[in-house]
Design a protein. Structure first.
Length: 342
């Protein structure tokens, strides 16, 4: 117990629920919350992490090599969300610092959000609501004719990435809407995909050619950057919709805008952007065929509490020498930095 009095955890941008912070405080962990509005640390952030044993990071904050090398006592880095693309994993590995995320904790709200976007796009919910407020009941006529909606039931849904979120989405769609499911994920076995009532595709292009909705659920890295490019967009049906609740960099947004303007696809539901916050002058915000939300797919009261507790508990586990459940860089565990009394 005495060792706990010595531990300090710096929280870069307060977590979205107080439960995690309270959990650490109850266990005599010294907590310091530091605002950080950029992925690049400023002098104040560098100063605050010099004696930190742990970091918990929330976007737009990031952890780069400079920050890691400024924290010689750092023993664990946690994201307060699910993704870890804002943390320099290579630098963490070089310094034997475990990185933890909260994989699976926020799967349900993201999957629900993706379904919501599908329904809103297919049934013209957002555009019809806007038109009714603007033009009154006369606006109804267009939604009986050229802008008539379509049902989600019976459609073919392509899911790119079949981790926790992709699997949760598949379950909701299969049980609730009776859709045909296609999946592209080269690291997931055919047996797992088939057990979810889905069919594995050999490529993203094969999936996009056959789908009425394409929903993306992969991390953003060098392998997935602009995974959805001109070629993939050109392969989609003119009536198809694209859903992105993953990361903005997975889509070439300029090509997406062109595809929608040229009516090569029907529209998109976008929760994430290449740069966040995006510029309101970005052309995607001018397209009526696009529904946009401000990176909130995974944010609910219930999930925020779970995420904050997951991050806090895993930080404490590492500081106490216990291997955490959601370790991103597993290979460093045996050679990790250990606690040093101060």
């Amino acid at each position: 117990m005495g060792d706990r009095w010595m531990k300090k955890v710096v929280i870069l941008n307060a977590m979205l629920h107080s439960a995690g912070e309270e959990f650490l405080a109850e266990r005599n962990i010294q907590i310091e919350k530091v605002p950080m509005d950029s992925p690049i640390p400023n002098a104040n952030v560098i100063e605050k992490v010099k004696d930190a044993d742990g970091l918990i990071v929330r976007l737009p904050a990031g952890v780069n090599r400079e920050l890691i090398e400024a924290a010689p006592q750092l023993k664990v880095i946690a994201t307060s969300g699910t993704g870890s693309d804002h943390i320099d994993i290579n630098a963490s590995n070089e310094h034997n610092i475990p990185v933890v995320n909260n994989a699976g904790v926020g799967a349900l709200p993201v999957a629900e959000h993706a379904v919501g976007l599908m329904l809103a796009l297919g049934k013209r919910i957002v555009t019809s609501e806007q038109q009714l407020r603007k033009k009154g009941w006369v606006s109804r006529e267009q939604f009986l004719n050229e802008k008539i909606g379509t049902e989600l039931s019976g459609k073919t849904i392509g899911i790119i990435g079949f981790g926790f979120i992709g699997q949760t989405l598949a379950k909701i769609l299969k049980n609730g809407f009776g859709v045909e499911l296609l999946v592209y994920d080269p690291v997931i076995s055919n047996e797992m995909i088939e057990s979810a009532g889905a069919t594995q595709c050999d490529s993203v292009k094969e999936l996009s050619e056959k789908s009425d909705y394409v929903s993306i659920h992969v991390p953003h890295n060098k392998h997935t950057h602009h995974l959805i490019n001109r070629e993939i967009l050109d392969s989609m049906k003119p009536s198809a919709f694209l859903i992105n609740c993953a990361r903005g960099g997975v889509i070439d947004q300029d090509e997406l805008v062109k595809a929608i303007k040229e009516k090569r696809i029907a529209g998109a539901g976008i929760d994430v952007f290449p740069e966040e916050p995006p510029q309101l002058s970005d052309e995607i915000f001018s397209l009526n065929e696009v529904i946009v939300t401000p990176h909130i797919a995974g944010i609910t009261e219930e999930t925020n509490r779970k995420l904050s507790l997951s991050a806090a508990k895993q930080v404490l586990q590492v500081l106490e020498g216990e291997k955490p459940e959601s370790l991103v860089n597993v290979a460093v565990w045996e050679n990790r930095r250990v606690a040093i009394e101060r």
